[in-house]
Design a binder for this molecule. Structure first.
Ligand code: DC
Length: 225
């Protein structure tokens, strides 16, 4: 039997740096990348544009089935339109977190996420990559940082992109979002038993990337390019 395509699952709360770390690790290894949050965000954007309420499970499931998305070098496309910047808006992140509590929505997005598992390997970041979507991943990292440092990182990111940002309201929103992502009944945000905890509060991005690559090498998953 052929060996399963390896997956590095990087889960953690919003603004923990997991997206940046995942992208850099994937680049170093020459592997594919799944930013699963962007799939939830794409559905949230489509729902807001099509006036599907964020609590309408059946309506959202239908929308998820029809979602016309494409990922290119330049970013994410929804029905042929580049929506990369729209996806980063806090309002879209918050809407994504709301529809993500619905079990039918999570199920409707499952295959879309699993389809990213292509040779030679996948680095996937999100909330439930290690626990639900890729439970057989040979390396699972739970990446976190204090809420204050996450708020200030997110603030910096938004300002750099020329998007509106206010530190106090970000801190408030992150706390609220953490609570919703952690307390939902299905696929809540929490470290799996077999995940490695990585607190990046006092680590640089490079140090976090080096940590993940070392763990990948220890497991003989791949030799970096
Ligand atoms: O990682 P992010 O901030 O882009 O994710 C946006 C929201 O989508 C997040 O608050 C909860 C949801 N999400 C999820 O429930 N499961 C995932 N694997 C990824 C994101």
């Amino acid at each position: 039997m052929s060996k399963p395509i390896p997956v590095i699952a990087i889960d953690g709360p919003t603004a923990s740096g997991k997206g940046t770390v995942a992208a850099l690790v994937a680049g170093q290894l020459g592997w594919h990348l799944l930013d699963s949050g962007s799939i939830y965000r794409l559905l949230a954007l489509a729902a807001l544009e099509c006036h599907v309420p964020l609590e309408d499970e059946a309506g959202l499931m239908a929308l998820a089935g029809d979602l016309n998305v494409r990922f290119e070098e330049e970013g994410a496309y929804l029905a042929g339109r580049n929506v990369t910047l729209d996806l980063r808006l806090e309002a879209i992140g918050n809407a994504a977190s709301k529809l993500a509590v619905l079990p039918g929505v999570r199920q409707a997005l499952m295959e879309r996420q699993r389809a990213f598992r292509l040779a030679p390997g996948l680095v996937a970041d999100g909330r439930d990559m290690g626990s639900v979507v890729f439970p057989d991943a040979p390396l699972k990292i739970f990446l976190t940082a204090s809420v204050e440092s996450r708020a200030s990182r997110r603030h910096k990111q938004l300002i750099e992109k020329g998007l509106p940002a206010n530190l106090d309201s970000l801190l408030h929103d992150l706390r609220e979002r953490d609570a919703r992502d952690t307390n939902r009944a299905v696929a809540p945000l929490k470290p799996c038993e077999d995940s490695i905890l990585l607190d990046t509060t006092t680590l640089s991005i490079d140090e976090a990337v080096a940590f993940v690559l070392r763990e990948a090498q220890t497991r003989q998953l791949s030799t970096p390019n």
